[in-house]
Design a protein around this ligand. Sequence first.
Ligand code: JB3
Length: 205
Amino acid sequence: MKILIIGGGGHARVVADILRAMDGMEPLGFITSDLDPGEVGPMGLPVLGSDAAVGSIPHDGLVVAVGDNRIRERLFTDFAAQGETLVNAIHPSAVIAPDVVMGRGCMVCAGAIVNTGTVIGDNVILNTGSVTDHDCQIQDHVHVAPGAKLAGGVRIGSGVLVGLGAAVLPGVVMGDRAVAGAGAVVLGDVVPGLTVVGVPARPKT
Ligand code: JB3
């Protein structure tokens, strides 16, 4: 499949790397207004233009490759509404149990682990070396950052950020758009929109 990468930053480069490592996926280049169209972008891939150019470029699918959850949600929603095929970019070194259910437009990076019984929505990032253990429920537009760990039966609401190296204990529920700061250890439920930090995690003041 010929795939457009929406974005042109560090995250987009990681997506390009994953697509190159996958069988049957060919990254065509980056869709970004940060770089001049026509120039050779990162990793030797071309800069193809801004979002308006997508419709005029022959392709089979795309990945929204922007780390910010809100921007990624907007772009995912817009492109899905246009009938685009949002593909999953899954690094071959990720370990995903066969019964895991995953939506579309997701990215599972190198060394990530997803265990049995877990259900993942659309447009989710499971970043490098993250662990999502058994029976977790992860809604749309979530980012589980590098090295973060979700224990069994964790429920993660839409647009949540689980920060770098954070840990979420078994059965904890994080409400929509909540944030666990880097290194936080989340022992109890987090209400929607709240940012918690530290060990044990407390509301950020
Ligand atoms: O921590 C890790 C491992 N990765 C971070 C990732 C999750 O998030 C990374 O270190 C960065 O902090 C961040 O990566 P990202 O999203 O690549 O950030 P940045 O380098 O700031 O690039 C943002 C990209 O989003 C730029 O290339 C913008 O062009 C693109 N962008 C923003 N809005 C958009 C739009 N691109 C398109 N096509 N359309 C938009 O509306």
